[in-house]
Design a protein around this ligand. Structure first.
Ligand code: ADP
Ligand code: MG
Length: 748
């Protein structure tokens, strides 16, 4: 997505720059498109290197977001340090050391020379950190130092690794605040800094201001030129932050405006069938459920009913914690569509879930005439062919299946509604595909993964949101315990056996199917791949002694011989075929097997109300939202649910995360914690979402601004300002950048 830069689709005619730095071309846009090699002091060789960083023209240099900033305003010599104050020291690595402390923790220490004195830094239980220190490399420690046996020591300091010329500036004068840029092989920090400085000095006054004066005042933003100057040549951290904020704001508000335009397309584009819900339809549907809807469910239904009758396609995200009763809402919507003579499709991410929904729906509709079908990988080619024909002819009214099956070559005769269950990993682009044709179906996306607001606003900003926060009556919170040694483990298993004897059932979840390494979820890895700019933050996956079995197949054998001897144990995982999976689930649902060893295939949607206990092996390998999903499988009936998180990992990060699971039962809160600790990768899934097309903005660091810009964008569009003459340049910048990506029309 890095080629989303506005420079790409524009004419890059070089304009000559004279020696006194006066730009000849009268056209500012041309001048900002000056090839970077002609920027003062750059030349062809450095230009070639800069190109590797996607910096091709002068404007790219101005738009080149610093990777971070070095705050040297508080750097002290060891002699100047004071105990307990936040300060920094800078020095050269002399020695590193790792050892075990008396209570079994690892301690890692780094000694640096700062001037004539030595300063020590120490970390506990982060042995990997030493890999990042090399003799003679220059580092900056920030933190609150203590005096220990005559030497200053920083515990857990914030550390920055400096390039040798990192702090060097051209005129050699000490500068307190220095932005640092991404580099490429052969390019030095001072070189890129010099190029940026030249670009700022010679070109910044040509940068157009896209926001009106009113906007700047309202959102307390500096002008764009001022901002760029402050970002790249700050005199203080405050200046840097001010400049940074403006550029992030610009970046995010353009993105949000594009999303608003996308919404406008939804609203004004292809019509959708009007599907009114009469009192008669309503009461006939409600009769199918053995319970009364909760107020939250009724509100969600009201939102949906209004959408379905609005004559334009519904695009609604229904967000509600696990167990809150989303299936009933899906069924309601589906039956409204069918009552209006339309087809409806329910899509799920897994076959297991499709099967389960099918069973629920099939049972509820046992006495109705709704013609329904499930499409799974189970079908023989002939069966599949027949099903496809029935769907095409309109003989089938309701189709339940996985997403892939429904999308591949399936033609509907009269599709009115698509419900996508548990599919939050479904970004803006993917949803566009339903909108083709002369009529769009209504789309309802349901998710139990509470998506933190800032993320929701970006990934799902074009959807209307219904959040359901109540639970069916009598639901109890799952009690969660972190189990971190052999002793407590024994006790947990004893507890499990007692519950089984009482007639309850247990899930035992493993991170993988077979041998170590082969299908490890590797959450950190996919996160890094997806968000390389965030990957710098070390994600400590400490190699741990595998005392706890991580493989479902192995544990399945082991439990039958040991902890669960005498009980019926079943197993389900993703490598079994669909029939075997369905059989294993059925055996568990019917109570034939008392314990079910599984992988995360049971993560979403599975509903066996007699299961009240869950044991999760190597819990540190799962994301928090995933753990929350998993434990949502239990405590769904009248029995108190218990979840045991088995983990031997003692890294601080792991302990923090698993403790959050003990402490919080609210999925929204957990998602926020997860988001803070790990970033958005885990929540969005690794492949589906695609990187966000942002230049400066950072979903975690800048989430306040994500909110602000969202509001701003809505306001600008609603008030008509965005379509007015004052913001015409902004609009055309937004379209240049996003029209193609988000399929936006160039006019209107
Ligand atoms: P989720 O939101 O996780 O998909 P489900 O739709 O699977 O939740 O519902 C969880 C359980 O709660 C199901 O067994 C369902 O029958 C039950 N349920 C749903 N709504 C209600 C209600 N209003 N009153 C009582 N039970 C309900
Ligand atoms: Mg569900």
């Amino acid at each position: 997505m890095s080629d989303q830069s506005p420079t790409n689709d524009r004419n890059r005619r070089p304009s000559r720059v004279t020696t006194d730095q006066q730009v000849e071309s009268p056209d500012w846009e041309d001048a900002l498109q000056t090839p970077v090699q002609f920027v003062r002091g750059v030349g062809p060789e450095r230009a070639a290197l800069l190109e590797k960083l996607d910096i091709r023209v002068a404007l790219d240099l101005l738009n080149n977001a610093p990777r971070d900033v070095l705050d040297l305003s508080n750097v002290k010599t060891p002699a100047e340090l004071e105990e307990g104050l936040q300060q920094s020291v800078c020095g050269q690595v002399v020695d590193t050391e790792a050892r075990l402390t008396s209570n079994g923790k690892t301690m890692s220490a780094v000694l640096i020379r700062s001037g004539r004195a030595f300063v020590r830094a120490v970390w506990f239980n982060q042995p990997w950190i030493l890999k990042r220190f090399f003799p003679d490399s220059v580092v900056l420690f920030s933190g609150k130092p203590k005096m220990r046996s005559g030497r200053w020591e920083f515990s857990n300091p914030h550390t920055q690794w400096l390039e040798n010329d990192d702090a060097a500036t051209e005129d050699g004068l000490p500068v307190a605040v220095i932005p640092r840029y991404s580099l490429t092989d052969g390019l030095k920090m001072y070189e890129i800094r010099r190029a940026v400085k030249a670009a700022v000095e010679d070109y910044v006054d040509l940068v157009p201001e896209l926001l009106s004066k009113e906007c700047l005042d309202k959102w307390k933003l500096p002008g764009i030129r001022d901002a760029i100057r402050k970002l790249h040549l700050p005199k203080s951290m405050d200046e840097y932050r001010e400049g940074y904020r403006r550029l992030v704001f610009q970046d995010l508000v353009e993105f949000q405006l594009a999303i608003e335009l996308r919404r406008r397309v939804w609203w004004s584009g292809v019509p959708a069938p009007k599907m009114p819900c009469t009192a008669k339809i309503d009461s006939r549907i409600r009769r199918l459920f053995p319970f009364n809807m909760t107020p939250g469910q009724n509100q969600a239904i009201a939102d949906i009913v209004a959408d379905l009758n609005a004559g334009r396609p519904m695009h609604r995200l229904l967000q509600a914690d696990v167990g809150s009763g989303k299936t009933a809402i899906a069924m309601y919507a589906i039956l409204v569509a069918i009552a209006n003579g339309h087809q409806a499709a329910l899509m799920t991410p897994t076959e297991l879930l499709a099967t389960q929904h099918w069973q629920t729906i099939d049972k509820a509709l046992a006495h109705s005439r709704v013609k329904r079908r499930m499409l799974t990988g189970n079908l023989t080619p002939q069966q599949r062919q027949k099903a496809l024909e029935e769907i095409k002819s309109g003989d089938v009214q309701l189709i339940v299946g996985t997403q892939a099956l429904i999308q591949k070559g399936v033609k509907f005769s009269n599709l009115g509604l698509v419900v996508i269950d548990e599919q939050h990993k479904f970004g803006v682009g993917q949803r566009a595909q339903f909108s083709t044709g002369t009529q769009s179906p209504h789309v309802l996306v349901m998710t139990a993964t509470p998506i933190p607001r800032s993320l929701c606003l970006t990934q799902f900003g074009d959807l209307d949101l219904t959040t359901m926060s109540d639970m069916p009556p009598g639901r109890q919170e799952v009690k969660t315990y972190r189990v971190y040694n052999a002793n407590t483990r024994k006790r947990a298993w004893k507890f499990v056996r007692e519950r089984l004897q009482e007639g309850r059932q247990v899930y035992v979840v493993c991170p993988r199917v077979g041998e170590a390494g082969e299908d490890d979820p590797q959450l950190e890895l996919s996160f890094d791949e997806e968000f390389p700019e965030l990957a710098e933050k070390p994600q400590p996956t400490q190699p741990i002694e595998e005392e706890l079995i991580g493989s479902a197949e192995e544990l399945f054998e082991d439990l039958q011989k040991n902890e669960l001897k005498g009980f019926n144990v079943g197993m389900v995982h993703g490598r079994m075929n669909a029939q075997a999976k369905a059989d294993a689930m059925e055996a568990f649902r019917s109570g034939e097997t008392q314990a079910l060893v599984s992988t995360t295939v049971i993560e979403v949607g599975v509903d066996v109300s007699n299961a009240s206990v869950m044991v999760i092996q190597q819990a540190e390998r799962f994301g928090l939202s995933q753990l929350h999903q998993l434990r949502g499988r239990i405590g769904r009936g009248k029995h108190q649910g218990f979840c045991f998180l088995f983990s031997d990992a003692s890294a601080t990060d792991v302990v923090k995360r698993l403790s959050a699971m003990e402490k919080y039962t609210d999925g929204f809160k957990i998602a926020e914690v997860d988001f803070d600790l790990r970033g958005p990768g885990d929540i969005l899934g690794s492949r589906q979402h695609g990187a966000l097309p942002l230049r400066f903005g950072h979903l975690i660091k800048d989430r306040k601004l994500v909110e602000e810009t969202r509001k701003a964008a809505v306001e600008l569009v609603k008030s008509g300002q965005f379509d007015g003459p004052l913001l015409a340049p902004l609009k055309s910048a937004v379209l240049d950048r996003f029209a193609e990506l988000m399929d936006l029309p160039r006019s209107g």
